[in-house]
Design a protein around this ligand. Structure first.
Ligand code: 6PG
Length: 467
């Protein structure tokens, strides 16, 4: 029997979808799952693709079924299960065999594995949920370039295409692929939060029903905000629950889950001294959302926050523009963070390549990402805020962002991601800030010294130093 070109371990939702995608693109694939019944069910349901798939029931058979030098994709839960799986494979594979971790790994783990493993290793970020994995995800590769090149023909074949260009690329050395995926997820949280806040303004401020709100999102999806997340928000809002006959949204508990990738992004941003306040606000909002009982108890103490907004005070156009502005500012932060990481870790991350990979297949795919790819292609070192196309958009929309934040504040509606975007905008476009006061305070209590504006000297102290 001829051997498979690639192997995949882990036939959960994402693993099965990816394996079928690989088989569909014409590659023979060997598969293994710890629970054998899962493998059997998977093959039984593979239909026409069955002949391309070699199911195996032991790791020894799995390894033997793959052509050498082997390429083995791991699609197991991030963390210890990946280490356990690698440890189980090591005695069975050869020195040239390549292990590819395609899960949502923390990039620090990927760095560690790449440095410590005796065999080749790649860490790839795969985005797009089950549908993406099955029919075309976005793929962010990280690790030694020659390892990527070995499997690039398979990964580009299975990836989503944006006008025929595969949304799969090598991002850089070590854990660069998983790092870019983490930032993607941080941005995903922020995009989702901006949408949820706008939903809140319409529901709690303007008293709109879920169906109407869904229509607004669907309309916006035909304009500058066109994106997968706005599209599905329109669809989610439109659904009626069978059991209650009420809008499904109205019966979903308002506590958001999270697997941790958004949190990792925020933690890493602090290490890098990168400013990503919109993403931070989105992570914090998820944390607060899960404190349901506490929120109910405090509402009993202080009364409900939201009060009605007069329709004339907040138009749909203003909310749309505010979201456009918030989104650009959020991406500005995410790309700046990746630039900081690139310098810190010596990865040479390429902003145009990242924006291009995100144009299709991934959860944050949007029309705006194509414009971002163009802006970074023009000048990869310039921030989005400074790129003429986006500077014009920000100039045209920041007043709407200010309006949304101020109306929300006056009506007791929490819009933390919008507010964080506005504060970031105001801070970033203010040449003379207020940190001179911070420096004065630091010098007063700790003699930390300050720089002077008039003569450019540093290490100066105030008169309190003489006391
Ligand atoms: C993707 C997603 C995916 C993520 C889920 C859930 O790009 O396909 O980011 O990787 O795991 O969306 O993430 P949370 O549970 O953290 O919301």
């Amino acid at each position: 029997m001829s051997k498979s070109e690639i192997g995949l371990i882990g036939l959960g939702t994402m693993g099965s979808a990816l394996a079928l995608n690989i088989a569909e693109k014409g590659f023979d694939i060997a598969v293994f799952n710890r629970t054998t019944s899962v493998t059997r069910e998977f093959v039984a349901e593979a239909g026409d693709l069955g002949p391309r798939i070699t199911p195996t029931e032991t790791l020894v058979d799995f390894v033997a079924a793959i052509a050498e030098p082997r390429a083995i994709i791991l699609m197991v839960p991030a963390g210890q299960p990946v280490d356990d799986q690698i440890a189980a494979l090591q005695p069975l594979i050869g020195p040239q065999d390549l292990i590819i971790d395609a899960g949502n790994a923390n990039f620090h783990d990927t760095n560690r594995r790449m440095r410590s493993l005796p065999t080749p290793f790649l860490g790839i970020g795969v985005s797009g949920g089950e549908e993406g994995a099955r029919h075309g995800p976005a793929i962010m590769g990280g690790g030694p370039r020659p390892h990527w090149d070995r499997v690039a023909h398979i990964l580009t074949a299975i990836a989503a295409k944006f006008r025929d260009t595969p949304c799969a690329d090598w991002m850089g050395e070590e854990g660069a692929g998983h790092f870019v995926k983490a930032v993607h997820n941080g941005i995903e949280y922020a995009d989702m939060q901006l949408i949820a806040e706008t939903y809140g303004l319409m529901r709690d401020g303007l008293g709109m029903a879920a169906k109407q709100i869904g229509e607004v999102f669907s309309q916006w999806n035909a304009g500058p905000l066109q994106s997968y997340l706005v599209e599905i928000s329109g669809k989610v809002a439109a659904v009626i629950d069978d059991a209650t006959n009420a809008p499904l949204l109205d019966v979903i508990v308002d506590a958001a889950g999270q697997k941790g990738t958004g949190r990792w992004t925020v933690i890493e941003a602090q290490h890098l001294a990168a400013a990503i306040p919109v993403i931070e606000a989105a992570v914090v909002a998820r944390n607060i959302s899960s404190r349901i009982e506490e929120r109910a108890a405090l509402q009993a103490v202080f009364g409900a926050g939201p009060t009605a907004i007069a329709p004339d005070d907040l138009s749909s156009e203003v909310m749309e523009q505010a979201m456009i502005c918030g989104k650009i500012l959020c991406y500005d932060q995410g790309f700046r963070m990746m630039k900081a990481a690139s310098g810190e870790f010596g990865w040479n991350l390429q902003a145009p390549a990242i924006a291009r990979v995100w144009r299709e297949g991934c959860i944050i795919r949007s029309a705006m990402l194509d414009d971002m790819a163009s802006a970074f292609t023009e000048d990869p070192d310039r921030s989005l805020m400074a790129a003429p196309f986006f500077a014009r958009q920000i100039a045209a929309t920041h007043a709407a962002l200010r309006k949304v934040v101020s109306v929300a504040a006056l009506h007791g509606i929490a819009v933390p991601a919008h507010a964080a975007a506005l504060a970031y905008f105001d801070a970033m476009r203010t040449a003379r800030g207020t940190a001179n006061m911070i420096q004065g305070q630091r010098d007063f209590f700790g003699l930390h010294g300050f720089a002077r504006l008039d003569d450019g000297t540093s290490g100066n102290h105030g008169p309190w130093a003489r006391d």
